[in-house]
Ligand binder design. Sequence first.
Ligand code: INI
Length: 184
Amino acid sequence: MKLRKGSQDATGLRFGIVVAKFNKFVTSKLLSSCLDALTKKHGVKGADIEVVRVPGAFEMPLVARTMAKSGRFNAVICLGAIIRGDTPHFDYISAEVSRGIGQAALDADVPIIFGVLTTHTIAQAIERAEPAKFNRGGEAATSAIEMAAVMRMLKGSADRATSPKLTGNRRASGRVGTEGARRK
Ligand code: INI
């Protein structure tokens, strides 16, 4: 058996961050702890991070998908806070945002991290954004690094699938993303 894991080595990786302005008192904390984790803890260069602000969480999937499809990022991180109010609004937004972010990652074939808080109360959201407590912004950063590393590792394996050492079956399987296959 071969156990394969993504490392926390962020060298040379590039990240896009989509952050919602709605509930900014929470999302600004998510953003600063996410940036701290990427740059101070894992050595990602500031020049390798691009932050895009959107009005609210509902706008995230489209922007994340566009960033992910641009080919400029190894992973995209979505940071937002959806807090339950007195109406069913929360349910519509949170369902659509989680579905949309998942779909965007599949469409783009690039990891998109769901760093979106969905909470019953403002206090729960603040607690989860706080670096000294749940630190969900920092967690989103480490998930992005791990997923970027996993995808880099797996796509590296796909490149080797074009190697003459492997059987023709694998080459004929039409696996995409292999440099060798594209050059033919
Ligand atoms: N956007 C959020 O990011 N969080 C919320 O809690 C929220 N609530 O509760 O309404 C919210 N609404 C705005 C929404 O994301 C869109 O920006 C808006 O509907 C315009 O499309």
